[in-house]
Design a binder for this molecule. Structure first.
Ligand code: ADP
Ligand code: MG
Length: 463
């Protein structure tokens, strides 16, 4: 019928605008490399902040003792303790707890958020038991993984540049988040020192390096997306401090804020951006990460309903609710292998209150999920190629057998199988067979928490 044709026209136009042929991805990767140079050259020189992390040494394996970590970066936060046993003992024992952040605290006051975090941490510390050995008479130490853009002042302090990923608490912006946390710990009488402030990419890089010395970069694909890598200190013109002994410095790219005319942006991306908490910012993140993919799908479905009665003669009201379709639900629909697509049917019914769809309609929805996920996955691969180019590791030098490992983590990467395999396949395609053989992607399962604890250990006040 005419309506079906109109709905397909909306879909096909979207598909075409989303297309990411290899040539385009290479342009995206080149643009990423160019922006990396610009961001390293001067403060404010690029949309890529290329933040200096003050991490100039990654874990060696010698780290010893009891350390805590706290990971705040999305909807959940985790607290973790590890007993590190040095070269021979490695991670002797670890425990963690996960707490979800009540949504009102994400947009409330700074004090309320940090009080909540400190209280959860205090409760966790109180449960410390068998197998964990705090050094007598010493203060407990913590690695704080805070995954928002921070201008570091030292390894253990830094001011918040802006919130992302749905957080919006004005009075934290410009403040030292370690001081905020420390004050909250003092308010409830928790005696703990923040020894390292990092973000999830840096934690993942550190955790990845602890288990594999060939790790050169880390990428997070979760609620948001970001990357960090090991740069040569003398290749950072904006760094005016002393050159570190190691000659290296870890850079937090904040690649979520990347943007380029080569990105395949659509009207739906523009709509999402305009209505977001941070319009004009985090454009790369809004095309790739878990917070947004489901909402892009919803927006296209909404257009199909409005313009072509895709779900009958009225637009289902739930379809108009921002973020009602979450990426895990999109992923479940995308992976539906039942012949009658019953997962799709039940998600439509439960989330969007749409029933009685035809199989043809449900197949179209799966296809839409595929378009959105594939674009995000392929753009992530292009970003990784951009880093490898910057490192000069996108080619094989004669006779060199050097491996490069990228540590990957985040819920999107971990759970969205089709996203993950598309990303890995695309990276191989971009690199070509010969180079691809020397590049490895490694899932660093919760490397970020362990990584922060390891960095707390290597920056302990008692060393
Ligand atoms: P964060 O990024 O908030 O620190 P995670 O790395 O655990 O936390 O990522 C959580 C995000 O991963 C969720 O917001 C969601 O977008 C995505 N995610 C979680 N589970 C799935 C899933 N099954 N399929 C697709 N995406 C998922
Ligand atoms: Mg995380």
């Amino acid at each position: 019928s005419g309506k079906w044709a109109r709905a397909m026209a909306v879909l096909r136009e979207f598909e075409e605008k989303c297309s990411t042929p290899i040539g385009k991805l290479k342009q995206v990767a080149d643009a990423m490399t160019v922006e990396m140079h610009a961001g390293l050259a001067s403060e404010g020189g690029s949309k890529l902040k290329m933040l200096i992390s003050y991490v100039d040494n990654l874990p060696t394996g010698d780290e010893k003792g009891l350390f805590y970590a706290l990971d705040l970066g999305g909807t959940n936060f985790r607290v973790l303790r590890v007993q590190l046993g040095g070269k021979s003992g490695r991670v002797v024992k670890q425990e963690f707890d996960e707490v979800s952040i009540p949504p009102h605290l994400m947009i409330g006051s700074s004090e309320a958020l940090f009080d909540f975090i400190a209280a959860a941490l205090a409760k966790f510390v109180a449960e410390e038991g068998e197998g964990f050995h705090p050094a007598p008479g010493r203060q407990r130490e913590l690695g704080f993984t805070f995954s928002f853009p921070v201008r570091q002042l030292s390894i253990s302090s830094g001011t918040l540049i802006k919130w992302t990923k749905g957080f919006n608490i004005q009075d934290t912006v410009g403040q030292d988040v370690v001081a905020e946390l420390t004050r909250a710990m003092e308010r409830i009488g928790l005696d703990m020192r923040v020894a390292a402030l990092v973000n999830d990419t840096i934690g993942t890089l550190a955790g990845g390096r602890y288990t594999n010395q060939d790790v050169v970069a880390a990428v997070i694909l979760g609620t948001g997306t970001n990357a960090a890598y090991v740069e040569r200190a003398h290749a950072i013109p904006k760094w005016h401090g002393l050159l570190p002994k190691s000659g290296e410095m870890v850079i937090n790219m904040e690649w979520g804020n990347f943007r380029s005319s080569h990105l395949p942006l659509t009207e739906y991306d523009q709509g999402l951006d305009v209505e977001s908490l941070n319009p004009g910012e985090q454009i790369f993140e809004k095309m790739i990460s878990g917070m947004y993919l489901g909402d892009i799908v919803r927006r296209v479905l909404c257009k199909m309903a409005e313009e072509a009665e895709f779900f009958g003669d009225t637009v289902p009201p739930k379809l108009k609710v921002p973020f009602i379709l979450r990426t895990p639900d999109m992923s479940a629909m995308h992976h539906d292998t039942s012949p009658d697509l019953k997962v799709v049917a039940s998600k439509l019914k439960d989330i969007l209150e749409i029933s009685n769809t035809s199989l043809k309609t449900r197949k179209t929805i799966v296809e839409l999920c595929d378009i959105v996920a594939t674009r995000g996955a392929r753009l992530s691969a292009a970003g990784i190629l951009g880093i490898l180019k910057k490192l000069g590791r996108d080619t094989v030098k004669d006779g060199e057998k050097q491996k490069s490992v990228i540590a990957l983590d985040g819920g999107l990467y971990e759970h969205y199988t089709k996203f993950r395999s598309s990303m890995e396949k695309t990276l191989k395609e971009l690199l070509g067979e010969e180079v691809a053989a020397s590049i490895l992607i490694e899932h660093s399962n919760d490397g970020s928490g362990i990584g922060a604890a390891l960095l707390a250990a290597s920056h302990s006040q008692y060393l």
